[in-house]
Design a protein around this ligand. Sequence first.
Ligand code: HEM
Length: 506
Amino acid sequence: MDAASAPLLALSGIALAFTFALLHFYPRHRHDSFALSYPPGPKSPSMPSLDAWVQYQEWGREYDLVYIREHNMLIINDVHAAIDLLDKRARIYSDRASTHSIQLCGADTLIPLQRYSDRWRRNRRLFQQNFRQSASSRFYPAQYMKIHQFLRRMTAVPEEFMQHTMSLSQGLIFASLYGIDFGSEDPLSRKAVELVELVGKAMLQPFPIIEQFPWLRFMPSWFPGFGFQEIANKCVQCIKEVDTIPFDKAVNNLKMGTSTSLIAELALESEGKPAEIEMIKAMGTISFIAGGDTTMSSISSFLLAMTQHPDVQSKARAEIDRVIGRDRLPTFEDRSSLPYVESIYREVMRMHPPVPLGLFHLSTEDDFYRGYHIPKGCTVVANIWAMNRDPNTYPEPDKFIPERFLDSPSGPFMHINSVNAFGFGRRVCAGRHMAENTVWLTIASVLATLDLRKTHDNEGNEVAIPGEFTRHFFRHPMPYRSSITPRDLQAQELISATDAVYSEFK
Ligand code: HEM
């Protein structure tokens, strides 16, 4: 070998070695990097069952994105990541897990629990057409009627304020969709409440034996250990009744010329099309399940916050008196003129999201984000609680400070998409315009007419408010004692006068 060819040979040797290394190590290296590039997270943690959002928030302080490998679960604590994944990559992150228990209970007919499929798209489209912002004024008459009835009940039997809040939230769905004013004591209302519980159970506590051995669903319910069949059958029966009873009544009312309603009109348009009739019925049922407890939670959180913050009440009242005066109740047209009332609404929804972890999304493809691999089939949890308590966006996040919205550069009148409490992406709450209108009008009407304070015991001592909330999937205030009175005689007269306006609904 001559001197000139030696470097060439050395170079070829290096190139060969490099190619060899590339061929042999790159695939392994690539494989390792795949394995290593899952988002970080705690190792084999015990998953919290109470206030899970608080523990998830804690993990979020340690890790950018939190990945629980044992459960293939990604927890998102920051709103930018939620928007990047659930909104901008909605094509991948819009599925839901469907368990055998949900199917056994017949709850897979309900939109929130449906897979991301053509069936879901058809159901969602129907919802969208009837609950979009431009259609939401259709519900105004029922909202005025039920909210004014709520004010009358609050002054007549104030100590039952929690029941009144529940009756308002549930009754509003029936009144808005079916044009029927079912009382909370009506058997149908009770049935619907039972259904909410049963669906909640099917969703949150799947029957373990059925999840493992789905074929066992054919065993009779009297067989030892198969009591879940009874729960499942009850749920199926309950869905059928809540689907059918108010639907039939509403259609009958329309045919008899007694009253009209959204559901009855849709049903008439779809006469002879059984698949569409089933969708219309399911829309009514899920409105009750998804809209009752959530709306109740937001209104209850508002009442609690006002009892704890009389200064906020006074400020809001001053704004209402200045803008509206004292001789009428607030209307939807007043909303854009009441920035402080708007800020209270925003602060309630920020501090007290009724479903702090939203409904879990499921990914349908492998994905990469912030340098991490997010596997297909990953359960994605948007921790709304943590997002709404990000101290960079909301200084002193655990304090109720409506002024934070009033003073922010964008002001309090932000797009509904910025209310994280309603979730994200294509699975965002389908009833959010209706919900927002109900909560806002209740807030404005209560502030205009009622005075909420702490109460006193027989010895004249102030009764403390523990300010406790339920700690499971739905979050709402626990019962407490307070004083609720009309602001003054003028307010009482305004409330009483509403009785005559809606007498035709009784
Ligand atoms: C303050 C009241 C309410 C709150 C805070 C709320 C919140 C939510 C949240 C967090 C989700 C899950 C979103 C996601 O997956 O990212 C959701 C879904 C849903 N909500 Fe609401 N909701 C409220 C009221 C209502 C009302 C009044 C209705 C119906 C009349 C309704 C109907 C639905 C439906 C149908 C879904 C399922 C959407 C889907 O999976 O495609 N909600 N809601």
